[in-house]
Design a protein around this ligand. Sequence first.
Ligand code: AMO
Length: 430
Amino acid sequence: MKRTYIKDIVPETEVKLSGWIERIRNPKNMIFIVLKDITGQIQITIDKATNPEMTEKLSNVIANSVITVTGKAVLSEYVKMGGIEFFPTTLTVDSIADALPITKEASLDQRLNHRWIDLRDGNKSLIFRVNTTLEKGIRDYMISTGAIEIHTPKITIQSSEGGSEVFKLDYFGQPAYLTQSPQLYKQMAMASGFDKVFEIGDYFRAESSFTNRHATEFIGFDFEISHIESHHDVMDYLEGALRNALQAVKDAHSTELKETFDVEIDIPECDFPRIPFHEALDIVEKEYGYKGEKVDFDPESEKLICQYVKEKYNSDFVYITEYPFEARAFYSMKCEDNPKLCKSFDLLWKGIEITSGAQREHRYEVLKAQIAEKGIDPAIMNDYLEFFRYGCPTHGGIGLGIARMLAKLLNLPTIKEATYIFRGPNRITP
Ligand code: AMO
C-alpha cells in the first residue's frame, strides 16, 4: 500500500501513514501517540488488551522514533486534533530514537551543532519551503524574460572580487581558489552572446566575520544582461524579479507566514527609490547626525538611510548608486562625468544590503587599465581579459545573498537561521 500524508486522510478509509512520534503516552490500558509528518499531526489510539503485539513493539519506543501504521481514522468528538483518531491494524517501528541531545531552550550554537534535530522543530521546514518559492519566483521571472540558467565552475585560478578573502586549494600541485562569486564566468556568457543569464549557486568567502549577515559559504542569485544603456537597466530588471518572487511567496504562503512568524508580505507599491551614494551620505549626516565612511556604506548608514526612505517614500527597498570606484571591484564601469565614481549600486532592504550590482567595463583596454589601477597582477587576469578581445556587448548584472533576503523576509535574527547548514569561520560541521 502507498503511503498517505496526514492531511489527505479520509475517515473510514484504509490508509498507510509514516511519520515521527511527537508524543507517546503509555498508561495502563491504552497507548496514545501523536504522529507527525510534514503535513500535520494525528492521534493514534491502541487498545493494549486487543493488540498485545503492537504493545510489545512499542514498549521501549520514545518520542522522535519513526513508525509506519496501517488502519483507519474515525471521527471522534473527544479528539481535538482534527476531530479524528486513528486505530492501527498493523504497526512497524522504523527507527527507535535515543533521548534528544538538545531541548527547545538550547542556544543557537547548540542547535546548529545538531542542526538536523533543530530543523525538525515545528515551523523550521516552512523557512525552506518559502526559500523554495522565493527561488522559484526569481527563476520563473528570469525564464519568462528569456534568460538562460547557467552553472559556473566553483574552482578557479583567479579571484573575482579581489582581496584576501579567498579559500586557496591545491589543484593537483597548482594553486587554485574557490570562487567568491560567479562574476567572471557570467560575464563570459555575455561575450558568448547569451544575452541574459542567471545562476543560483554557491559563493565562498574566507571572511573572518562574526555577524548576523556573514557566512563563509552561501547561496547567491546572480544575473548578467547585455546591450544595456546603463546600470539603471540592471536595476529595472532586478526590480521585476524581486516583485515576482515576493508575489510568489505571498500567493503560496501568506496564511502560514502570518500564523507562524506574524509576517505579512508587502509587494512594493512604488518604484524602488535610487539615491546616489554621496547624496545618501549627506542625508544620513543631515537627518541623523551620523558621519559614515566616505568611500563605502557602513551598517549604521545602511540602517539610517533605510529608515529615511521608509519615512519619506514608504519604501522598504532603496538603491544606493554611483559608489566611489575606490570601494568597488575592478570590473565596475566608471562614470563618464566623474571617473572617481562608478556605475555600481547596492540594493538595501529593511536596513541591510542584500544586493550589489553594476554596469561592467567591457572595453578591453580600459578594463586592463582598471585591473592595473587596483594593483592586481594582470598576468592572473589574462584568461578573463581574453573574454573582451573578440567582441563583447555592454553589460551589467547583480549578485544577491539569498539567506540575507530570506532572513529579512521572515524577520529572523540572523542568516544562520535562514541557511540550511551554516558555514562560518568557526563552524564547519555538521
Ligand atoms: P558582493 O560581494 O556584494 O558582490 O556580494 C553580493 C551579495 O552577496 C551577499 N553576501 C554575503 N552573504 C552572506 N555572507 C557573506 N559573507 C556575504 N558577502 C556577500 C550580499 C551581497 O549583496 N560580483 C558581485 C555582484 C555583482 O556585481 O554582480 C559580488 O559578489 O547580499
